[in-house]
Design a protein around this ligand. Structure first.
Ligand code: PBG
Length: 333
């Protein structure tokens, strides 16, 4: 820290005194290009199915996803993250619907790519939970333990299925050991050289995922928790080990999830590695802001923007957020 004159020669309030001046010294800015918009897909045509635990967020049928993609393009949002609400009859113990080239995820990906091509990126989530009858992210043994290496085999096939459908960024959220390298190998072999991997590297076993599990329809199915694969919220050094491994295995970018309660992890990642880092402002974080604003705790847009700029300040290249369209609209005035 350089030496500075003392009061009254230095008055930090001088540059704060005018709007134009605050604008000049602002250190971080949020723009629509920082935002990745997560969308939930449902079966049917012309369907908008509002998600009660996520006010303002709906599940859309594939045609609606294409409309949202056009909206995102118009708003300058560069990428969508897709999640399917798989019909109950297609869920199974082994989640094999994840490998169906005609599943919701693949149909939505293809439809957006057919309509908009390279005007927008599609990020697809790799994990089995939207497809399993037990709601876990991988294959379970007789004791309900999620088995790493058997799961890897399915995850690589799921990733390839998504890449074949046109996905631009594969985002493994399953937290199995070794998945990034295994997926990279399969993508290279299949000549998907430019399909990126954004690793959910530091994904914590969080209480903030509740509304998401409702959105993809796995909350009623999940027994127990995901603590044998997702990280302990008490740990920080371990997150850096996860990130180092994912980089060594070929991740193009990494993610910290949830966002706000883990800004220290984002900051450490940005300081220690030279790789783009993204935050996932998860469903529970979004729902808390909505509930807070509805309860009169503060102004909705001000709460939303303050939390989003915090991610930029901490060092994020971008943010996955259910606020993406609202924030982009606000940024465009
Ligand atoms: C699935 C997955 C989850 C989220 C993203 N991918 C839920 C979970 O791990 O249980 C959560 C996103 C959110 O809460 O918004 N592996």
């Amino acid at each position: 820290m350089s030496q500075q004159a003392s009061f009254p020669h230095t008055r930090l309030r001088r540059t704060r005194a005018h709007g134009w001046s605050r604008e000049m010294v602002r250190e971080n800015r949020l723009s629509a290009s920082d935002l990745i918009w997560p969308l939930f897909i449902t079966e049917g045509m012309g369907i908008e199915d509002p998600i009660t635990s996520l006010p303002g967020v709906s599940r859309w049928s594939v045609d609606g996803i294409v409309e949202r993609a056009r909206e995102a393009c118009d708003l300058g949002i560069p990428c969508l993250a897709l999640f399917p609400n798989t019909p109950a009859e297609k869920r199974s113990e082994d989640g094999k619907e994840a490998l169906n080239p005609d599943n919701l995820m693949c149909r939505a990906t293809k439809a957006v790519k057919d309509a908009l091509g390279d005007q927008i990126g599609i990020l697809t989530d790799v994990a089995l939970d939207p497809y399993t009858s037990h709601g876990q992210d991988g294959l379970i043994n007789d004791h309900g333990y999620v088995e790493n290496d058997r799961t890897l085999d399915l995850l690589t096939k799921q990733a390839l299925n998504q890449a074949n459908a046109g996905a631009d960024i594969i985002a493994p959220s399953d937290m199995m050991d070794g998945r990034v390298g295994a997926i990279r190998d399969v993508l290279e072999l299949a000549h998907h050289h430019n399909v990126q991997i954004m690793a959910y590297s530091a994904k914590y076993a969080s209480a903030f995922y509740g509304p998401f599990r409702d959105a993809v329809g796995s909350d009623g199915l999940l027994k127990g928790d995901k603590k044998t694969y997702q990280m302990d919220p008490a740990n920080s050094d371990e997150a850096l080990r996860e990130i180092a491994l994912d980089i060594a295995e070929g991740a193009d970018s990494v993610m910290v999830k949830p966002g706000l309660a883990y800004l220290d992890i984002i900051y450490r990642t940005k300081s220690e590695f030279n790789i783009p880092v993204f935050a996932y402002q998860v469903s529970g974080e979004y729902a808390l802001i909505k509930a807070g604003a509805a309860a009169g705790i503060g102004d909705h847009d001000a709460l939303m923007m303050e939390k989003l700029i915090a991610f930029k300040r901490a060092g994020c290249s971008g943010i996955l957020t259910y606020f993406a369209a609202d924030a982009a609209r606000l940024l465009h005035g």
